[in-house]
Design a protein around this ligand. Sequence first.
Ligand code: CP
Length: 305
Amino acid sequence: MHVLSLKEYDGKWIKSIVDRGLDIKKRPDKYANALQQKTLAMIFQKSSTRTRLSFETGMTKLGGHGIFVDWRTTQLALGGVQDEAKVISGYADAIMVRPLKHATVAEFAKASRVPVINGLCEKYHPCQALADAMTIQEKMGKLKGVKVVYLGIANNVSNSLSVACARTGADFTLCVPERDPDSIDQEQLQQLKAMPNYHETHDVSEAVEGADILYTDTWVNMEFFNDPKFAKEKTRREKLFMPYQLNKALLEKAGPQAFSMHDMPAHIGYEIDAYALRGERSLAFVQAENRMWAQMALMIELIRK
Ligand code: CP
């Protein structure tokens, strides 16, 4: 049982992880030995704050252990994923991988004898989506019928968030001028477009009216942010996406019921303003904490099975 995107799972399964995450957050002592003597190998090809710390601390709170592995200090490049992943799965009870490309985590899953979790690739961010669904459920008391609007660039985060929301009955609107070409999953998109609670529009004013949640993410992925070769494209995107910035004015336009969300790291003055990230209507820091609780729920599900 692996978690590579989220599209492998139905709404009932997603909701069960959300509910368990909320229970663990409320009563962590009950789960203090849930993964005693178990080990999660955490393999990173890219940088991270939340994913690394939330998985590692989550394993500690469950009585287990997380091992941080920097890809560059292993023999993965020399030995190849097929054999090295098989070896790692002989030591660990689960493997979390943050790869540059989805094909790498998929190859891990093929070779591994233990569950493999995608910790963010260019196409999906399933762990973020589980924490986000938990955050919405926690704040709104439900997922069904909650109006979620994602603004900015369609990417790995919106891919997994849209699946988590649409399959659990939330009303999801993708309000973007463009898709990150590396993130497109046509099969998933066609499935979503056939659902009555999935919508797409370019019209920001129309999209945000009456929304409960306004969500955004970086317009440029972390590996390209300071890359001089990407500078021209970054400038083009800043101009194109600025009308989709999640800011105070947009929250006020949505109405007093609206909250802002961002998976972080955030870039103030670009996809979000300081009020939407740090003000009283922001859920961004709750989301970041919920990464840990939701992933604890996920690891119990995968490792115990
Ligand atoms: N949201 C997220 O995945 O954060 P990190 O890149 O810090 O792990």
